[in-house]
Design a protein around this ligand. Structure first.
Ligand code: AMP
Ligand code: GLY
Length: 424
C-alpha cells in the first residue's frame, strides 16, 4: 500500500521512517518533505495548507493511507476532504481538531465532562474591562492565553499583576493576532510538566508514549519559548500508576465526551499535563503528535505503525495492544543560530557518513539538498536521537553524535534530559 505523510519536520521524518519499515507499506510519499525524508520517502512539492493540491495528489497516486503530521491541515479540514474523496486518512476532522484550534472550546468541553484542568474564564474583545477586573480579583501569578492557534506564542504566564494586565491589553490590541480576539484567563498550575500521547479511534484510546519536552531556547530553561529543543521518552515521572490515572480521568472521558457530542476523535491526541499536588491536570490538548516528542517515541515502538493507524481508522483499537522495545530515547534539536528569532538560511551542514546506526537516528527538520550539499533551511534543523538501555546512555549517544556534526551556524541545548537525570 502507498502511504502519504503530510509535513516537513522532524516528526514527519520519524513517521516516514517508521512507515517505510512496515511490511504493509510499498512506498512512502511525503508532501512536502525535506532532504532527510527524501532518503526514506518520495517527496512531492505540495504545501501543507494546499488542501486541494493534497487531495489531488492522494487521488492521482491512489494512496491507501494518508497520515497528517501538523495541526494546520487538520484544522483546515484535510481529513474531511480526503474522506469525501474516498481516501483513508489518519487524523481528526476539523471539528474534532478544535481540541487544539480553540482553547475556549477545550476548556468548556473539560467543564462539561469534569476533566481536571486549570480554573478559567473566557472573554471576548468587547469585554476587556471584565477581563481586567477578573485578573485583578484573581491576582498573580495568572495565565493569559489567546483562544486560537498562535504558533506557540499565544500564552503569557504572568508573574505579576502588572504583567497580566499588560498581556490582556496587548492581546486585545492585536498582540496575539486574530488568535487573541478571545482570551482564556486561567489559574496558574504548579507542578512538573509532562506529555502523554494517545492513539484514538473515535471510541477507544491506547497510550502511545510519554515524554518531556524542553520548550525554552537555552540551557537551564532560559530564553524564549520555541517549538521544542529536545525530548526524551519515556518520562520517568509518569509512572504506570500516573499513566493509568491520566487515561481514566482525562483521555477516556475526552474520547467518550467527544463521541457523545457527535464529534468523535480519531488521531493522535497529545495531552500536555501539569502534575500537581492534586493529581494530573490538563494544560492543553494538541491533535497531533509532538515534535520533537515523536522522534523519541517512535524509535521505541515495536508494533507496526501502519497496522496501528489502520486499526485506528477502522475503529479496532479495543482489539489491539502496543509493544515497546525496552529502550530509552533522547533527542537533541540542533537549530540555526538566532532561532527562535531571525536566523540565516542556506548555511552548510556536514554530517559524517557513518553517524547513524541502530542506536543513533538522525531526523531532519529544516534541511534541503543542493548540488550534493546539505543546507539548513529553517529554524529547527536536525533532531539527533540517541537510543540506550537507560536515559544516560541514550543521552551520551545523542551528544557524542552532535559533536561530530559540523555546522558552525547552528546551536543546541547541552542539558536535554536534566529533569529526569536529576531524579535518578
Ligand atoms: P500552551 O501553549 O498552552 O502549551 O502553554 C505553553 C506553556 O505555558 C506550557 O507548556 C506551560 O509551561 C505554560 N502554561 C500554560 N498554561 C498554564 C497554566 N494554567 N499554569 C501554568 N503554566 C501554564
Ligand atoms: N513539542 C511541542 C509540540 O509539538 O507542540
Amino acid at each position: 500500500m502507498k502511504t502519504l505523510v503530510i509535513g516537513s519536520g522532524g516528526r514527519e521524518h520519524a513517521l516516514c521512517w517508521s512507515l517505510a519499515a512496515s511490511p504493509m507499506v510499498s512506498e512512502v510519499l511525503c508532501a512536502p518533505g525535506n532532504a532527510g525524508i527524501a532518503a526514506v520517502a518520495r517527496c512531492v512539492a505540495v504545501a501543507v495548507d494546499d488542501i486541494d493540491g493534497l487531495v489531488r495528489l492522494a487521488l492521482a497516486e491512489a494512496v491507501g493511507l494518508v497520515v497528517v503530521g501538523p495541526e494546520l491541515p487538520l484544522t483546515l479540514g484535510l481529513v474531511d476532504r480526503l474522506a469525501e474523496a474516498g481516501i483513508r486518512a489518519f487524523g481528526p476532522s476539523a471539528s474534532a481538531a478544535q481540541l487544539e484550534s480553540s482553547k475556549a472550546f477545550t476548556k468548556d468541553f473539560c467543564t462539561r465532562h469534569h476533566i481536571p484542568t486549570a480554573r478559567y474564564r473566557t472573554f471576548t474583545k468587547d469585554r476587556a474591562a471584565e477581563a481586567r477586573a477578573y485578573v485583578e480579583a484573581e491576582g498573580a501569578p495568572i495565565v493569559i492565553k489567546a483562544d486560537g492557534l498562535a504558533a506557540g506564542k499565544g500564552v503569557v504566564v504572568a508573574l505579576t499583576l502588572d504583567e497580566a494586565l499588560a498581556a490582556v491589553d496587548d492581546a486585545f490590541a492585536g498582540g496575539f493576532g486574530e488568535a487573541g480576539a478571545t482570551l482564556v484567563v486561567e489559574e496558574c498550575l504548579v507542578g512538573e510538566e509532562a506529555s502523554m500521547f494517545a492513539l484514538c479511534d473515535g471510541t477507544h484510546a491506547l497510550e502511545i508514549g510519554t515524554a518531556q519536552d524542553h520548550k525554552r531556547a537555552f540551557d537551564g530553561d532560559q530564553g524564549p519559548n520555541t517549538g521544542g529543543m529536545g525530548a526524551y521518552s519515556p518520562a520517568p515521572i509518569l509512572t504506570d500508576a500516573l499513566v493509568e490515572q491520566v487515561m481514566a480521568t482525562i483521555i477516556r472521558p475526552t474520547l467518550k465526551g467527544m463521541a457523545e457530542e457527535g464529534n468523535p476523535f480519531q488521531g493522535f491526541l497529545y495531552a500536555g499535563l501539569m502534575l500537581t499536588a492534586e493529581g494530573p491536570k490538563l494544560i492543553e490538548y494538541n491533535v497531533r503528535f509532538g515534535d520533537p516528542e515523536c522522534q523519541v517515541v517512535l524509535p521505541r515502538l515495536m508494533t507496526d505503525l501502519c497496522q496501528l493507524l489502520q486499526g485506528a481508522i477502522d475503529g479496532q483499537l479495543a482489539h489491539m495492544s502496543l509493544r515497546w522495545f525496552p529502550a530509552h530515547a533522547l533527542s537533541v534539536v540542533m537549530a540555526a543560530n538566532g532561532y527562535p528569532g531571525a536566523y540565516a538560511r542556506n548555511t552548510e551542514i556536514r554530517i559524517p557518513a557513518d553517524l547513524e546506526g541502530d542506536d543513533l537516528l538522525l531526523f531532519h527538520a529544516g534541511t534541503r539538498a543542493e548540488g550534493g550539499r546539505l543546507l539548513a533551511s529553517g529554524g529547527r534543523v536536525l533532531n539527533v536521537t540517541g537510543i540506550g538501555a537507560d536515559l544516560q546512555q541514550a543521552r551520551d549517544r545523542a551528544y557524542a553524535a552532535v559533536e561530530r556534526i559540523d555546522w558552525p551556524d547552528g546551536f543546541c541545548r547541552k542539558d536535554i534530559g536534566w529533569r529526569a537525570l536529576a531524579r535518578s
